[in-house]
Design a protein around this ligand. Structure first.
Ligand SMILES: NC(=O)c1ccc[n+]([C@@H]2O[C@H](COP(=O)([O-])OP(=O)(O)OC[C@H]3O[C@@H](n4cnc5c(N)ncnc54)[C@H](O)[C@@H]3O)[C@@H](O)[C@H]2O)c1
Length: 323
């Protein structure tokens, strides 16, 4: 058996060719000597490609770093929002409440929307007393399209609009590995964190386009930029928000209306708004932000009309290195 195989091999003209000679004849790059040569060169090529990437990071990244540092000391002008109507979802508590207060201090009228009506009413009353602007509070579950649609009708009926700046902020936090995630809770997190941005934008965007004035803000998270293994479902919803905001920005650009209707996607690091966040943060790598600190940075980014705002701001520079 073995001898007949070797006979047939020998009878095949191609098998009679010496592999080294065939390389000479055809220049075949998969010949053993060529493969050995490439394998021998591999470590050198790897080192060269790392050096090349490092040079690129330095050449592209350092100017960006200086630009960021420069703009921290010489900030771009912030737009005047006096008299504009700002709608904040989840405006009764936490970041939503803090942003509403800062915008009221700049003369904005506020529409506070929350599933927790008591908190929204309390915040609305405090803001009205403190800043003398007009405020309204509505109970809405922003994960439900019908309720978002109904909200637009209520705002029109009450003369509380039109809405100039929509801040999609309402969100649920969930710290859990995927295998420990409670299905009901995960569904609510996905509904509130993702659908609310889509439904609220769908309901309010047309009016902004008609009036040629508007600004849509999406509160995403640093965990919508980097993997967040301690909250897998939460992180997935925040990647969805960042994707939605990036696509919306492109839609407005190709429609030629990106100068009149602006977008801002906000990615905050940990903010000590909630008990469960504070309890989770045993040893964060960087100090968490207070609610006021985060809200101040976010509002500045909105008023500068930045397309992406990372809080703290310098964290964003590292992301840009990678683009
Ligand atoms: N706290 C953080 O560390 C952190 C970090 C990054 C991003 N964020 C994001 O910032 C946003 C605000 O977070 P926060 O820390 O202020 O939370 P929070 O719980 O203090 O406030 C959220 C508000 O949203 C409201 N809300 C919840 N579900 C709703 C619904 N279905 N309809 C209407 N309102 C609803 C709540 O009643 C609450 O008033 C969220 O989108 C969150 O994911 C928070």
């Amino acid at each position: 058996m073995s001898s007949s195989t070797s006979t047939s091999d020998r009878s095949d003209p191609s098998s009679c060719v010496d592999p080294n000679r065939r390389e000479e004849a055809t220049g075949d790059s998969t010949s053993p000597s060529h493969v050995r040569f490439v394998i021998a060169l591999e470590p050198l090529l790897t080192v060269l490609s790392i050096v090349f990437d490092l040079v690129k990071v330095i050449l592209l990244g350092v100017p960006l770093l200086f630009r960021e540092i420069y703009s921290m000391f010489v900030p771009r002008p912030q737009k005047d929002v006096r008299g504009q109507v700002v709608l904040v979802t989840g405006g009764g508590n936490g970041l939503g409440r803090a942003m509403a207060q800062l915008l009221a201090a700049r003369g904005c009228h506020l529409v506070l929307v929350d599933i927790d009506l008591a908190a929204a009413e309390r915040t609305a009353e405090e803001i009205k007393q403190q800043y003398g602007v007009s405020t309204r509070a509505y109970r809405v579950d922003v994960s439900k399209y019908d309720q978002c649609h109904q909200l637009a009708a209520s705002i029109e009926r009450d003369g509380a609009g039109p809405v100039d700046i929509l801040i999609n902020n309402a969100g649920l936090i969930m710290f859990a590995f995927i295998n420990d995630s409670d299905v009901e809770r995960a569904n609510s997190v996905m509904d509130v964190n993702m659908k609310s941005h889509i439904w609220m934008t769908k309901v309010f965007l047309d009016g902004m386009i008609k009036r040629k004035r508007g600004h849509i803000v999406g509160i995403s998270s640093m965990s919508g930029m980097y993997a967040f293994p301690w909250g897998v479902v939460y992180s997935a919803t925040k990647f969805a928000v960042s994707g939605f905001m990036a696509s919306l920005t492109e839609q407005l650009r190709i429609q030629g209306i990106s100068k009149s209707v602006r977008t801002t996607c906000v990615n905050p690091y940990y903010v000590t708004t909630r008990k469960d966040v504070v309890e989770f943060l045993q040893k964060p790598r960087f100090a968490p932000l207070t609610c006021d600190q985060a809200a101040r940075e976010i509002v500045k980014g909105i008023l500068r009309e930045d397309i992406v705002v990372t809080v703290p701001r310098l964290f964003g520079v590292f992301t840009r290195f990678m683009l």
